[in-house]
Design a protein. Sequence first.
Length: 273
Amino acid sequence: MHCKIEATTANPIHRLREEGWCIVEGVIPEAECEKIRQGIYDVAKANRKNYAIEGLTFLPAFINYNQSYAKYIADPNVLDIVKGIFGPHPRVSYTSALINEPGNKRGAWHADWPFNQQKAGHIPSPYPLDVIFHLTTLWMISPFTIENGGTLIIPKSHLKPTNPTCKPEEDWTQPLDGEMNATGPSGSVLILDSRMWHATAKNSSDTPRVGLAIRYAPWWLNLDILMPGSEERKMMVDKPGLSENEVPRLKHEVYNNLTKETKPLFHHWLHTR
Ligand SMILES: O=C(O)CCC(=O)C(=O)O
């Protein structure tokens, strides 16, 4: 297992716990990234959601539209780390395409679900325990560089008991002390504790930055609130009229074509409750 080390230890799980992030290089061969990049870009653009921020294309449940990267989601270089944290039965919670066009604006600092305090389903801050509940992984289908806007992160911010979504009235788009761009060659995977403060960086290159956000959850984290039509979502989001991310159900034909290693990560998305 290769993990780019910039801390004191070679163990990526230890590093995730201490620093809140690590990068695993070479998960998808670079030549393969070249082949799948345009397809991901085209499909994401063609199905872009109109609520996406200007300069960004965002498409949830991307696995339903394009499966060119699907087998890598179960790649042991990533999955062994995920299992090392969550145990033997992790689940994929999100597969989203992220296209950052040249000239996009810098985004606001935030932590991801279930720590985003503006979403109906969230763990209220101050978080009671230092526990990794959810992992956000950002897949570099393009190389991530400082110029094209490698994700902005603040190492160790996962250890804070809260995050900027607690105070949405403040402007969180400004630089903060300790920030850095996470960079790597195409085919690398940035793994973040979802509590980590992070933000979209400006793409100052002349080429779109193509990425995927794939998130992993432990078996015990209830994901039903994300699923349109679920009983949880009706009660907690629709009825009170609150905001929440949407992860539509997985299409059966897509599930049937996944590899045997990938299927267990997605089985829960076949059904709503
Ligand atoms: O595109 C990026 O670099 C950051 C994406 C992000 O902030 C997110 O998916 O929560």
